[in-house]
Design a protein around this ligand. Structure first.
Ligand code: BTN
Length: 254
C-alpha cells in the first residue's frame, strides 16, 4: 500500500480523492500531521491539530458499501479498546462516532468516488461506472488536548487523556489501517456491532433536516440502519440522521 504523508494539508479525504484519480485501482493511505480544513459528516468542520491521527484509506471496491462507516468504526473501536484495555468503555454512536467513556474520541467520514465522474454520486450504479473507490477517512484524538476540540457539538476526549501518556501516532495509524483492511474484507454483520452500540435502551431523538424521530434504541439491522422502538411500540428504522439522547427529567437533549 502506497502512503502519502503531508505535514499539513486541507483534508486527507480531499487529497485522497485527487490521488485516487492519479492511481486508479490502487489501495493508498493518505496521512497528515494536521489538517487545516478537516471535514466531518454533513459538512461539519473537524478540528485536526497536530498530535491526532488524521488519515484516509483509498480502497477500490466492486460495489458501493453503505455499511462501510460502521465497519470502519468497528475496526477503530477494536483498536482503541485493546489500547486502553477496556472493552465496555469504547462504544459506537451511530452512525460514525467512536466514544470512549461516553465522549467522542474518533470519527469516521466515508465517501465514494466513481471513476467516470471523480466525484461523490451516491445514486450512480457501479455497473455504469465499473466499480467504485471508497475513501475511508478516520480522525482519532490521540495526543491533541481536548480543549482544542471545543468547536465540536458533543463532549470529546483523547487517548492521552485516558492513558495519561502520549502515544506513537504513526504506529497507531498503521495498526488501525491494518485492522480496517481486515474488517473491510468480511461482510458486515449487525450482531458484531450490536454489543458495542452506544445508548441502547435509551430514549433518543434522531434529527434529519427538520424532521425528528423519537424512540428507544433497540439495535442495528443488516443494512446498518438504526432501529428504534417508538412510544407506540412500533419498530422504526433510520437511514440517516444525528442522534441525541433525551434526558427524561426535563426532556432536554444531550
Ligand atoms: C465526523 O465525526 O463527522 C467524522 C470526522 C472524520 C474526520 C477525518 S480526519 C481524516 C479525514 N479527513 C477529513 O477531512 N475528515 C476525515
Amino acid at each position: 500500500m502506497r502512503t502519502f504523508h503531508f505535514p499539513s494539508i486541507g483534508s486527507t479525504n480531499d487529497e485522497a480523492r485527487r490521488l485516487a484519480a492519479e492511481h486508479p485501482g490502487q489501495t493508498l493511505l493518505v496521512t497528515a500531521d494536521e489538517q487545516t480544513a478537516g471535514r466531518g459528516r454533513v459538512g461539519r468542520a473537524w478540528r485536526s491539530p497536530r498530535g491526532g491521527a488524521w488519515f484516509t484509506v483509498v480502497m477500490p471496491a466492486d460495489r458501493p458499501r453503505p455499511t462501510a462507516p460502521l465497519t470502519v468504526g468497528l475496526a477503530v473501536r477494536r483498536v482503541i479498546a485493546a489500547m486502553i484495555g477496556g472493552n465496555d468503555a469504547v462504544t459506537i454512536k451511530w452512525p460514525n462516532d467512536v466514544l470512549l467513556n461516553g465522549c467522542k474520541v474518533a470519527g469516521v467520514l466515508c465517501e465514494q468516488v466513481f471513476p467516470d465522474l471523480l466525484s461523490t454520486h451516491p445514486d450512480s450504479s457501479p455497473e455504469e461506472t465499473g466499480g467504485v473507490t471508497l475513501l475511508l477517512g478516520v480522525g482519532i484524538n490521540v495526543n491533541n488536548p481536548v480543549h482544542d476540540l471545543d468547536g465540536m457539538h458533543q463532549p470529546a476526549t483523547s487517548l492521552v487523556e485516558s492513558l495519561g501518556q502520549p502515544l506513537d501516532v504513526d504506529r497507531l495509524i498503521r495498526h488501525t489501517v491494518e485492522t480496517i483492511r481486515q474488517y473491510m474484507r468480511r461482510p458486515f454483520i449487525a450482531d458484531d456491532l450490536t454489543p458495542h452500540l452506544a445508548w441502547q435502551g435509551e430514549q433518543v431523538c434522531v434529527t434529519l433536516s427538520d424532521r425528528e424521530t423519537r424512540g428507544v434504541i433497540t439495535g442495528i439491522d443488516q443494512q446498518g440502519r438504526l432501529l428504534l422502538r417508538s412510544d407506540q411500540g412500533d419498530t422504526v428504522d433510520i437511514d440517516a440522521g444525528d442522534v441525541s439522547r433525551i434526558r427524561k427529567a426535563d426532556d432536554q437533549r444531550d
